[in-house]
Design a protein around this ligand. Structure first.
Ligand SMILES: [Zn+2]
Length: 841
């Protein structure tokens, strides 16, 4: 039910401007507000680093109260975080969060921009961030965004003067914004952008400060605010029936994969912006002071304004179509404006308003949501004029082909529907996010087409132009081809129309661990994008590995049907790793990409094509202990990973933790953040510690230091801190080189700490009882040695271990050393014969 309410609210706000697949059904109030925005010629650019950094209250305020054209420039797409609602991580998470930002902007009325910077994970300092990002490229992208969007005012979310106090990406976003503010207007800076954009100098730069910058509300109360503007972001909009802060909460709640579903609030609420640079305010309370935000701003605008202000002032809510003669008159005048920036922006807005005032419904719906090059698709067209204004559908044009003449007089409220066949160009590239088509670096996406840089998503390639005559004036309205369909349990739905390859391939398992030299059967799935595909499939493999059979025939009759083929993969004798990748050969073409769909209710469906490959790891690993109980925290794939190397793992719920149950296990592992998320685990601590006393091993993975549900996390005193080592290549020193945990059954060496991903670990303890032995020492650049990453305490006959090492990140990436060290942790003290008999080799 909650989802339904949310969805209907989103629908109300669905902007007709962005690629919302569902067409907006605007009310008179929506039209009136669009006219108010049309008559405001000022703009604001908000800059930060990640999806969720943006202050949606301020963006909503600028877009709806000030009526300014407002955009959020998020330097990254948030690829580095965790996904609370599905399996997508890394670049797929970036695709998802891009769409969540677009969904947020559809609610708050803003637009969305990006740079090529990749969210590579947590960074402590902007120095590190700007080393991993290509600083000059990101700066160039910020300059490009400013020159394209041409904001009057820029507002930074973060403070550029306080490096090291927040995520390095945050401070970097502010530092780059300050630098770009100085450069954007200088034609000789980034002159390579001159063929796309011309220089633009914004008038002012602000920092969106807050009490938390000063530690407390009391401290902020005492701060001199003469350099700040206070904005009441709690204003109420009667036309919407919503307060600005309510809109902000709905917008913020689009960040569902980050768990940002939020309560809304109402009532007056202050937001502060601090003046940083540009032309100082002369005491007025407007960020646009000294900027003409009326139609007089542009040459030839006065006459247009005279018409459009008249429409705004006398707007007819019961019959908006009566304004069409004036709107079309303004449209004609607008076509003579020299200033291309304003002409394009306002033409687009005015066309939308004309369409809304006429109640004009135009739709191009394909009979399928995807097709392949050379494919034929039937497009259902719907054209409907719901006004008495004479409108003629002169012709339609699809895919930039020749216009098809129609010459239909659209009578009031008579729907015209017809079908057209669209042939997909044989050279058409499949639909996929433009920033994922080339291999980038850790810090940067690679985009070869300069015109795409900064765009939130890949532009739709299939559109239909409706060439109309409205009030005897030719006006073309373009609609993307979509698919409209219905589901019995969901009602009417829309999804994007996409181009897919004739076939796609995938190996379901992304990391395959061979802990012995035994062969494994690896399934490969081929999916047909079109009917009747015939060819053969091969599986490429690293040297030293063998695959049988060499080739297998593939034959699929129906589009969307799948065929699974199984290959036998034989690993080498010794430790080794590499990648296997399928290649499907059809009619002299090779298909090696996986087609990934991202389907959620709150964002349009996404199709991503990525090279299909799986990591294969021949692990040289010995292990003792067999049966493991796993207590899940906030979710990780550690249990599946341990199963891959031959452990028997059973998930235990808190209420199943009893002495009797535990007696079946050699070890208990506590999942990440379990002491942050499980309310009742604290009542089971004594049972767990008794299990250790009786000879069991207990391994606790990282918990955050705040919001711990118990102080009694270990049998001995242990204090968590925020210490973390974010450099995944940081040198690891062995404090206890002779300890069993580094020697049996696997001899751990520096090599085992190679190839780690994203970080070494996080939330290491920084104080512990002398019962604990610290095993490893490591640190980030310019920091002191951190010794709390792996602590071991003998407790009775067993061992209690606490580790902030990121095993949960390393296992799914197939990092051998992480597996070998973890096997030693599980094996600690397990040297009895019974278990030895179960050794692998
Ligand atoms: Zn952030």
């Amino acid at each position: 039910m909650r989802k339904l309410i949310l969805l209907s609210i989103i629908l109300m706000f669905s902007s007709y401007k962005i690629h919302a697949q569902k067409p907006a059904k605007p009310t008179s109030s929506n039209i009136y507000e669009a006219i108010q925005k049309l008559n405001f010629l000022g703009s604001v650019l908000y800059i930060a680093a990640h999806p969720d950094d943006e202050n949606t209250a301020l963006i909503a305020y600028m877009a709806n109260h000030e009526k300014a054209r407002t955009a959020y420039l998020s330097l990254t797409r948030g690829d580095g975080g965790q996904n609370l609602i599905g399996p997508e991580i890394r670049e797929l998470l970036g695709v998802m969060r891009t769409q969540e930002l677009l969904a947020a902007r559809r609610v708050d009325g803003g637009e969305q921009l990006f740079t090529r910077a990749n969210d590579f994970g947590y960074s402590k300092h902007p120095d590190e961030t700007l080393e991993i990002w290509d600083k000059n490229q990101v700066l160039s992208d910020v300059v490009l965004a400013i020159r394209k969007f041409k904001p009057d005012v820029i507002i930074n979310r973060f403070d550029h003067r306080t490096p090291g106090t927040t995520h390095g990406h945050h401070t970097s976003s502010a530092m780059l914004s300050v630098e770009a503010f100085d450069l954007a207007g200088n034609a000789s800076a980034f002159s390579n952008l001159n063929n796309i954009v011309s220089p633009w100098q914004p008038k002012r730069l602000f920092y969106n400060t807050s009490w938390w910058r000063y530690g407390s509300r009391e401290a902020f109360d005492k701060v001199d605010k003469s350099n700040m503007l206070a904005l009441d972001v709690g204003v109420y909009y009667p036309h919407k029936g919503l307060s600005n802060n309510e809109i902000a909460a709905i917008s913020r709640s689009q960040h569902l994969c980050q768990g940002f579903g939020r309560l809304s609030s109402r009532g007056s609420s202050k937001d502060y912006i601090e003046f940083l640079k540009g032309e100082p305010l002369q005491g007025s309370n407007s960020i646009f002071e000294g900027i003409d935000t009326s139609w007089n701003r542009i040459k030839g605008g006065e006459a247009i304004g005279a018409i459009l202000y008249e429409v705004e002032n006398n707007f007819n809510f019961s019959n908006p179509s009566m304004h069409l003669p004036q709107l079309v008159q303004a449209y004609k005048l607008l076509q003579n404006i020299e200033d291309k920036h304003w002409k394009n922006l306002k033409t687009k807005a005015l066309k939308d308003i004309i369409q809304m005032c006429a109640g004009l419904y135009l739709e191009a719906s394909a009979d399928t949501h995807w097709a392949t090059p050379n494919g034929l698709v039937t497009i259902n067209l719907e054209v409907l004029n719901r006004s008495n204004t004479p409108i003629t559908l002169v012709s339609i044009k699809k895919d930039n082909a020749v216009s098809i003449s129609k010459d239909i007089q659209l009578k009031n409220n008579i729907a015209y529907t017809f079908k057209e066949v669209l042939k997909i160009n044989e050279n058409r590239e499949p639909t996929t996010p433009y920033w994922l088509t080339e291999n980038g670096t850790l810090g940067m996406y690679k985009v070869n087409d300069k015109n795409l840089i900064g765009l939130p998503e890949t532009p739709r390639v299939y559109n239909v132009d409706f060439n109309l005559l409205i009030e005897n004036t030719p006006i073309t309205i373009t609609k993307p081809v979509i698919q409209r369909y219905a589901k019995p349990d969901k009602g009417e739905l829309y999804r994007p129309f996409e181009i897919i390859p004739e076939a796609s391939v995938k190996i379901p398992e992304k990391v395959i661990i061979f802990n012995t030299s035994n062969q494994k059967e690896i399934p490969v799935v081929v999916k047909a994008g079109t009917n009747n595909i015939d060819g053969y499939l091969e599986l490429n493999h690293p040297e030293g590995w063998s695959v049988y059979p060499k080739k297998q025939n593939v034959s699929i009759q129906n589009k969307d049907e799948e065929q699974t083929l199984v290959f036998t993969v034989i690993p080498p004798e010794n430790q080794h790793e590499g990648y296997i990748s399928p290649a499907l050969h059809l009619n002299n073409k090779t298909f090696s990409k996986e087609l990934i769909e991202i389907n959620y209710d709150h964002i349009p469906n996404q199709t991503v094509l990525l090279p299909s490959e799986s990591k294969v790891v021949r692990l040289d690993i010995k292990k003792r202990g067999e049966n493991i109980a796993y207590i899940e925290g906030s979710g990780d794939v550690v249990p599946e990973s341990l199963q891959q190397i031959g452990y028997h793992v059973r998930i235990l719920k808190s209420n199943e933790i009893t002495t009797e149950t535990l007696s079946n296990f050699d070890a208990v592992i506590v999942g990440i953040r379990a002491y942050n998320t499980l309310e009742d685990l604290k009542f089971k601590q004594e049972t767990l510690f008794n299990f250790v006393e009786n000879g069991g091993n207990m391994i606790v993975q990282y918990n955050t230091s705040h919001r711990l549900k118990t102080d009694h996390i270990a049998p001995y005193n242990l204090e968590l801190s925020r210490d973390r080592v974010t450099d995944e290549n940081a040198e690891v020193k062995f404090l206890e080189p002779n300890h069993d945990i580094l020697n049996t059954p696997n001899k751990i060496t520096a090599k085992d700490f190679e190839g780690w991903t994203q970080e070494r670990g996080l939330y290491f303890p920084n104080k512990w009882d002398k019962a604990f032995t610290p095993i490893l020492s490591m640190h980030d650049k310019k920091e002191s040695a951190k010794k709390g990453s792996l602590l071991v305490a003998k407790h009775g006959k067993g061992y209690y271990m606490y580790t902030g090492l990121s095993f949960f990140r390393e296992f799914p990436e197939g990092v051998s050393g992480a597996y070998r060290l973890f096997a030693n942790m599980l094996s600690l003290g397990k040297d009895n014969l019974e278990n030895n008999s179960k050794l692998n080799d």
